[in-house]
Ligand binder design. Structure first.
Ligand code: BGC
Length: 729
């Protein structure tokens, strides 16, 4: 449709129809026989409302979306097609590693390919919009949604979010296999106080602008078609009613022109936040703030119309919101083809196809972080007998909390992966993932009475069996970690570490066999200080996805060399949180920070070992003074693979502004490149340093650089001391 035709359509709509166009309903509204209960209970749905609604959440599957769309078009007076939106976060049916693990690949090109594959599958299943990427910066691993972020660094998060947007959307949303991307959660959702889900956020304006907003902005400037408001408050104003945040910053400064959708029921939650007295006021505040779609409440659908007709809310605000939604539908080509790419044949061809599975496996292998490897514990030898012990041996829950549409039966387990590669090893479960007696997951998902009873009753037997297995083997690989739903939304945890029964297993096993390799599956960084002291090698496998088993097996047996690096600091102790690399020096940087625990984390940002070794030459700068704004310094190192195995290394560039009108971080990531090196091979890695990279929010709240001295380091992680100095004139 042309713009004129869209405007014509808009003018044909009644005010009531417009308000309902902005409502998003859950799939239950179209699938449950009784819509007076469950998530639909408060929506007071009627046939008329449903015929006028504009979009649906979480309804997927080619046949199903087609049926619902056909029915809708019969009932909708103006034939406006529905938008199908879903959380396709790390894959649809083929599940890739969780976003945090994707960040650890330090490979933006690979991350884009994963988004492309996820979009191909989602589009085949009739979906139009994915609620990804999550560009929230996270520095508190207690917060469950750390799994959905790419980590603690604004620069890296921005690059990854940008690549995800490009991967989902391509150049044209009408192209086959594309989804519109929705950047979330605007803004600052990743910084809830105490790591407590949905909690208030307290950030200085500078920290917000400099650290938290850039990744969203990068995704917006990459063309993301939607943005989602966050649940939290910023400066005590909930985002969904925050006019300054949405109109001035997002639409004004960042130039966002797409659709702004509220998070789940967040418009109505303005009442609980104490911002609105009732649903009518909540609707007005959200619309005035610039929120176009009301996900999962009836504030817009039931309470806007009257206010518009009485002139209490400006008609133009409603019209501009509806027009944005119609434009999105138009750009997806839905007026011509309301089913877009949804097709059962395409589903058969694409979902879980070999190409996607092998991509999933490669990504998983690239995302694992080797935290420790003493006495060459890894790789394992096929000549030796290994006992694989732990509750993750046959676990299919390796997908993470957002694999909403995947079937766990499609996961290839650790045992299957190892048996394909090196059959005949010893297996024992040792314990359950969850503690005996643990009744709840993520705050509200109850575990059945039966499950935890069984857990308690058989615990001792399992432990004895495991210790026996350990005694019979040359080496032990312990497979421990978090249950896949322990991190994710509402998955804030006060204790982040291996649970007591898993630690008990570890300690019992190490007594009989000290050749211990620990593999950890988790959605978040865990405090592994004690566990790492017992194990000779530690591989962090995150939630690796559908091909998790074979990917871990490949890395353990050295068919693949680990190259992941942490994008989220691993604390030494809970009391250090928040702990992150780009901190500020105090006036007394030499002081220890605490009297009872170290100041340093267990493993820093950027850290990760390999089966080979890399030697870095000193940093070379082609000039020491950056002269004008168009000038560039080339900073380079030579990196040599001095070991005997081919490997990939994420070479990282950090910069420190030594003195500014406000204190500057001790160092900040400003570049990285992932390179491959054969044994003995050496490559030059070159970075450009330009004036724009040195800008920050000065004492006068201007975004610019200040002349003076800078330090630059290029190395293997954020602790590298391989540095040089230069001056900006
Ligand atoms: C989450 C969003 C998600 C939405 C729709 C909310 O609870 O915060 O990230 O996209 O639900 O499922």
């Amino acid at each position: 449709m042309t713009k004129e035709e869209l405007l014509h359509l808009l003018h044909q709509m009644t005010t009531q129809e417009k308000c309902r166009e902005l409502m998003q309903l859950p799939m239950e509204a179209f699938t449950d026989t009784d819509i007076s209960t469950g998530p639909c209970e408060d929506l007071e749905l009627t046939d008329e409302k449903m015929a006028q609604v504009g979009s649906i959440l979480s309804l997927t599957g080619a046949e199903w979306t087609r049926k619902v769309q056909e029915e809708h078009l019969k009932n909708n007076r103006l034939n406006i097609p529905l938008l199908f939106m879903a959380d396709i976060i790390n894959g649809y049916k083929t599940i890739f590693p969780i976003p945090l693990a994707q960040g650890c690949t330090f490979d933006p090109d690979l991350v884009r390919q994963l988004a492309e594959a996820a979009a191909r599958e989602g589009a085949a299943a009739g979906v139009h919009v994915t609620f990804s990427p999550m560009a929230d910066l996270v520095r508190d691993p207690r917060w469950g949604r750390v799994m959905e972020s790419t980590g603690e660094d604004p620069y890296l998060n921005g690059i990854m979010a940008e690549q995800m947007v490009k991967g989902y959307q391509g150049d044209d949303l009408k192209e086959e296999g594309r989804l519109a991307a929705c950047v979330k959660h605007f803004a600052g959702y990743g910084a809830p106080l105490g790591g407590r889900e949905y909690n208030q956020v307290e950030l200085s304006e500078r920290t917000l602008l400099e650290d938290y907003l850039p990744a969203y902005e990068k995704a917006v400037r990459a063309g993301a078609r939607l943005v989602m408001s966050s649940f939290n408050t910023l400066e005590r104003v909930p985002s969904t009613g925050n006019r300054k945040l949405m109109r001035e910053i997002l639409r004004g400064k960042m130039g966002f022109q797409g659709v702004l959708i509220s998070d789940y029921a967040a418009v109505k939650e303005l009442i609980a936040h104490g911002l609105a007295e009732n649903e009518a006021e909540a609707a007005r505040l959200a619309l005035e703030a610039g929120v176009d779609i009301d996900m999962m409440s009836r504030c817009y659908s039931d309470f806007l119309c009257g206010q518009i007709e009485r002139g209490e809310v400006a008609q133009e605000l409603l019209d501009e919101a509806v027009l944005r939604v119609l434009e999105l539908k138009n750009d997806l080509g839905l007026f011509e083809n309301p089913f877009k790419d949804g097709s059962p044949e395409k589903e058969k061809e694409l979902l879980l196809c070999e190409k996607h599975r092998s991509l999933a496996q490669r990504a998983a292998e690239e995302s694992f972080v080797l935290l420790k490897n003493e006495e060459n514990m890894l790789p394992l030898s096929k000549e030796e007998t290994t006992a694989f012990i732990g509750p993750f041996g046959e676990e299919k829950g390796l997908l993470g909390a957002w694999a909403l549409f995947a079937d766990r039966e499609d996961t290839v387990t650790m045992k299957e992966g190892v048996e394909r590669l090196c059959p005949g090893q010893i297996w024992a479960k040792g314990c359950e993932i969850l503690e005996p007696g643990q009744k709840w997951l993520r705050g509200y998902i109850p575990i059945t009475e039966e499950t935890w009873k069984q857990t308690a009753e058989t615990a001792e037997e399992k432990l004895i069996e495991a210790v026996e297995a350990a005694g019979k083997a040359d080496r032990v690989v312990l497979l421990l970690g978090e249950q896949e739903l322990e991190s994710g939304e509402s998955g804030s945890c006060g204790r982040i570490g291996l649970p007591p029964s898993q630690m008990k297993l570890l300690k019992a096993v190490v007594q009989v066999n000290p050749n211990l390799v620990l593999v950890v599956f988790s959605g978040r960084p865990l405090i592994l200080t004690e566990a790492c002291a017992y194990a000779k090698a530690v591989l962090f496998a995150w939630m690796p996805g559908t091909q998790g088993g074979p990917a871990v097996a490949n890395v353990l047996y050295g068919c693949s060399n680990p190259s992941g690096k942490l994008t989220e600091t691993f604390p030494y102790h809970m009391g250090q949180i928040p702990v992150y690399y780009s901190d500020f020096a105090t006036g007394r940087p030499q002081m220890p920070g605490y009297i009872d625990i170290p100041k340093e984390p267990l493993y820093p940002f950027g850290y990760g070992l390999s089966y080979t070794e890399y030697a870095y030459s000193p940093v070379k700068l082609d000039q020491k003074v950056l002269d004008s704004q168009t000038d560039v310094i080339h900073a380079s190192v030579r990196v040599k693979n001095t070991g005997s195995m081919e490997g990939r290394e994420a070479v990282q560039l950090y910069i420190q502004d030594v003195k500014g009108s406000v204190s500057r971080p001790v160092r900040q990531l400003k570049g990285f490149q992932k390179i491959s090196l054969a044994p003995g091979e050496e490559k030059e890695v070159r970075f450009e340093i330009r004036e724009e990279m040195l800008r920050f929010w000065t004492i006068d709240m201007e975004y610019r650089s200040e002349p003076g001295q800078f330090r630059v380091w290029i190395g293997t992680d954020s602790r590298t001391e391989n540095g040089e100095e230069f001056y900006l004139r």
